[in-house]
Design a protein. Sequence first.
Length: 181
Amino acid sequence: MSDRFLYTLPTDPVAVPLVEQLTDEYHTRYGDYFEKGGASQEMNRYPPERFSAPDGAFVLLLRGERPIAGGAFMRYDEHTAELKRMWTDRDHRRQGLARRVLAELEAQALRQNYRKVYLTTGFRQPEARELYLRAGYSPLFDLDAEPETVQILAFEKRLLPVGALFANENGDAPRSAAAGK
């Protein structure tokens, strides 16, 4: 069975099981940490339309017709997308799915003319912290500090069009990988 990406909204019936599982995970990890209303209020802080074009995106990774991972972004500022709601189904972890969703969201952000990605994750999500560090995100907090003292772990990453990776030291125009052979 092959996997495929589906762009939709968090309110789409196919997304509901994954969104509910993420809400439950927030509740389990953070309890009453979030302001009045708990994890449900946090999950509903933004209207679903914030995660739709032209300013945002909400993507699911489907295996068959079942969502196994997903994530979203919304406009942070004119040049920056803010990642939100990255999640992998609890029965499908440790397969690199979050990294696939992250790469898809970065590519979509580029397609929507963003040049940078910003995100925050919570101090009780060490696997998310490590994912973003391994994916080249710069921490906007002291990595040596205890995460609970920082609480909101912010990251950013400049997005480069694929060809930009092959620009020479003089800053000449990007060239394709084939041209460098």
